[in-house]
Design a protein around this ligand. Structure first.
Ligand code: AMP
Ligand code: GLY
Length: 434
C-alpha cells in the first residue's frame, strides 16, 4: 500500500449493473458526504432519482470501453454488482489498469460460477453442505440417480441466471432435469451436472464484505424465491426480502461466521485467491444444523435492497477500504437497529415472459423510512418511466418492528401503478402477524 493510496479521498464511484441491487447501492453510498458523483453503468430508469447519481451508457459494454470511461472520469472506486461480469474477469482487467475495484476476480468468482468448484472448496474446508455427486456425462448422472434411488436436486454447474436448479419431488423429475441440462438448455453452464441430496429447512442469506484477509458480516436477510404467496409457483430471482432475519440471533451469526465464512475465506486464500468483494452464503437451517446450499460472489437481489437502508453512512468508505485490501483502517461499519422490508413488483408475464414498455406511475410522499428502488425500468423518448424487465422495482420500508415496516411498504403500493403489476402479499410472513 502506497502512502498515496492511504490518503486518497473517495470522490467518484462507478457501479456496474442495472438492477435493483445496484440502484440501492447507489442510494446508500450517495449519503457519504465526500462523494461528488456516482455513475451507474448502465443504470436504469431510477438512477437519477438519487442525488449525485447519473447513468453512464458507453457505446459498448466491453471491458476496455468501461475501463477507458473509468479513467476519463477519474473514478476512484468501481463496484461490480452482478455475477456475470465478475465471472468474466472484469475486476481482473480493471485492476490490471490500476483501478480500485470492489468485487472478486475471475478466480474468486468461481464460488458462484462453478457449483462443482464451490462444493470442492466446501469439502476441503469442512464447510457443512448437502451430499453431492458431479459428472459431465448424462449416462453417469442417470446411473447415480438409479443407485441413490431417491429424487435428487439437479443443478447445472455454471451460471444459468438463477434457473439452473431443479428441486425434484420424484426420480422421474430428476431424470428429466438431467436430460434438460445435457440437451443444452443452459448452454455451456450445463457441461457438468451436480446431483445433490435434497435437504429441508428455512433459508437465510448471509453476507460478508471481504478485503482478501478480513471480513465484516452484515445482518442476515431472508429472500422469497417463489413467485406466489405461500411459497408457491415457479422460482424467481426473488420477490421480496427482509432484514435482519430473526431466524439467526447474534450468537448464531458468530457461530456461522466461524463455521462458514471464515473457512471460506481461508479456503480461498489457500488457493492463493485474494478475495475482495461480497461472499454470499445461501444457507438452509436443517434439523441437523446449517448447511450451505450455494455461494454467490455478490450481493443478493433483493436482499441488498432490504439491507442498504440499514447501513451507516460510512458504508461507501468501508467498501473503498475493502477494495484497497485495507479493512483494518476502515471506519467501523454501523447498522441501524431497524427492521427493513422489501417487496418486489414484477411485470406482467414474469418470470416466463415479462412484458415490457408499460408506463409506470409513481406518486408517493417523501418519507425517510421509505425507498423505491428501480430495477427493470427505463426512460422512453417522452421522458416517461416504463417497464423494461421482469422485476420492475421494489418498495422498501423501515420500522421499529416488522409489522410497521411491512405496513408502510405495502400501503405505499397505492402510489404505484403500471399494467400487469403484481407482487406477493405475504413477504415476511415469517416475522409478521398475518
Ligand atoms: P440455488 O440457485 O443453488 O440457490 O438454488 C435455488 C433454490 O433451490 C434454493 O434457494 C433452494 O430453495 C433450492 N435448493 C438448492 N439446493 C437444494 C438442496 N440441496 N435441497 C433442497 N433445496 C435446494
Ligand atoms: N436473491 C437471490 C440471489 O440474489 O441470488
Amino acid at each position: 500500500m502506497t502512502k498515496n493510496q492511504k490518503t486518497e479521498e473517495l470522490r467518484r464511484i462507478l457501479i456496474v449493473g442495472s438492477g435493483g441491487r445496484e440502484n440501492s447501492i447507489a442510494w446508500a453510498i450517495s449519503k457519504n458526504q465526500s462523494i461528488e458523483q456516482i455513475y451507474v453503468c448502465p443504470g436504469n430508469g431510477g438512477t437519477t432519482h438519487f442525488k449525485k447519481c447519473v447513468c453512464l451508457k458507453p457505446q459498448s459494454e466491453d471491458a476496455k470501453t468501461i475501463i477507458n470511461e473509468c479513467q476519463r472520469l477519474e473514478i476512484n472506486l468501481v463496484i461490480i454488482g452482478p455475477e456475470v461480469p465478475l465471472a468474466e474477469g472484469l475486476a481482473n482487467k480493471m485492476r490490471e489498469e490500476g483501478l480500485t475495484v470492489f468485487g472478486p476476480g475471475k478466480d474468486g468468482a468461481q464460488l458462484e460460477a462453478s457449483k462443482e468448484w464451490a462444493k470442492e472448496l466446501m469439502i476441503e474446508n469442512n464447510i457443512p453442505t448437502a451430499k453431492y455427486w458431479s459428472t459431465g456425462s448424462k449416462e453417469e448422472a442417470i446411473e447415480i440417480l438409479k443407485r441413490f434411488n431417491q429424487p435428487l436436486v439437479i443443478k447445472a454447474d455454471g451460471l444459468a441466471a438463477g434457473k439452473g436448479v431443479t428441486v425434484c419431488d420424484t426420480i422421474e423429475q430428476s431424470k428429466e432435469a438431467i436430460k434438460d441440462i445435457f440437451s443444452g438448455k443452459f448452454g455451456s453452464a450445463g457441461n457438468k451436472v451436480i446431483l445433490e441430496e435434497k435437504i429441508e429447512g428455512p433459508e437465510v442469506s448471509l453476507f460478508a464484505l471481504c478485503d482478501g484477509e478480513k471480513l465484516i458480516v452484515l445482518p442476515p436477510a431472508q429472500d422469497h424465491k417463489r413467485l406466489l404467496d405461500g411459497d408457491n409457483g415457479p422460482n424467481t430471482g426473488g420477490m421480496g426480502a427482509y432484514a435482519p432475519a430473526l431466524l439467526i440471533n447474534e450468537q448464531d451469526l458468530k457461530d456461522l461466521t466461524d463455521l462458514v465464512l471464515i473457512p471460506t475465506l481461508k479456503g480461498l486464500k489457500k488457493k492463493k485467491i485474494e478475495y475482495i468483494g461480497v461472499i454470499y452464503a445461501g444457507l438452509m437451517l436443517t434439523s441437523s444444523g446449517p448447511k450451505v446450499i450455494e455461494f454467490n460472489c455478490r450481493f443478493g437481489d433483493p436482499e441488498c435492497q432490504a439491507l442498504m437502508p440499514l447501513m451507516g453512512e460510512e458504508f461507501a468508505s468501508v467498501l473503498f477500504a475493502c477494495a484497497k485490501g485495507n479493512l483494518e483502517n476502515a471506519p467501523k461499519l454501523t447498522f441501524k437497529s431497524e427492521c427493513s422490508a422489501c417487496i418486489v413488483a414484477a411485470s406482467k408475464g414474469y418470470p416466463e415472459k415479462p412484458q415490457k414498455g408499460d408506463k409506470i406511475y409513481i406518486n408517493l410522499e417523501s418519507n425517510s423510512s421509505l425507498q423505491v428502488f428501480h430495477a427493470g425500468t427505463t426512460i422512453d423518448e417522452f421522458d416517461n418511466i416504463i417497464t423494461s424487465g421482469g422485476r420492475v422495482l421494489s418498495i422498501v420500508a423501515q420500522g421499529e418492528n416488522f409489522d410497521k415496516a411491512f405496513e408502510l411498504a405495502y400501503s405505499s403500493f397505492k402510489g404505484i401503478s403500471y399494467e400487469g403489476m403484481h407482487f406477493r402479499k405475504d413477504i415476511g410472513y415469517q416475522v409478521r402477524n398475518i
